[in-house]
Design a protein around this ligand. Structure first.
Ligand SMILES: [Zn+2]
Length: 102
């Protein structure tokens, strides 16, 4: 019977060591540094300001050129209409862009 008691005691020690190892792996043995990326208390000044800029750039990209065709006309000759910027064939003035067709 003494031998079995010895085995039980050894098993308990092994289990205790295993629990200690598991606990040691699950929880950090020492607190993380303030500047550690994994530390939730670390200052977010590095990544926070980037998000509004990215959102603004994305919105500007989405705005982009209007899908409706632009109309260019001569301020002196309204009958001169072009779908792209250029010069008036009659007077040579730069065509002015009108609002989108309505
Ligand atoms: Zn003109």
């Amino acid at each position: 019977m003494k031998s079995t008691d010895g085995i039980d005691q050894l098993q308990r020690v092994v289990v205790a060591l295993a629990l200690v190892l598991l606990a040691g792996c699950a929880a950090p043995s020492k607190p993380l540094a303030l500047d550690h990326p994994a530390n939730p208390d670390a200052p977010e000044a590095v990544t926070a300001p980037m998000q509004p800029m990215l959102m603004q750039a994305a919105s500007e990209t989405e705005a982009g050129p209007p899908t409706s065709p632009a109309v260019y006309t001569c301020p002196m000759h309204p009958d001169v209409v072009s779908d792209k910027p250029g010069e008036c064939p009659k007077c040579g003035m730069s065509l002015m862009r009108k609002g989108a067709k309505q």
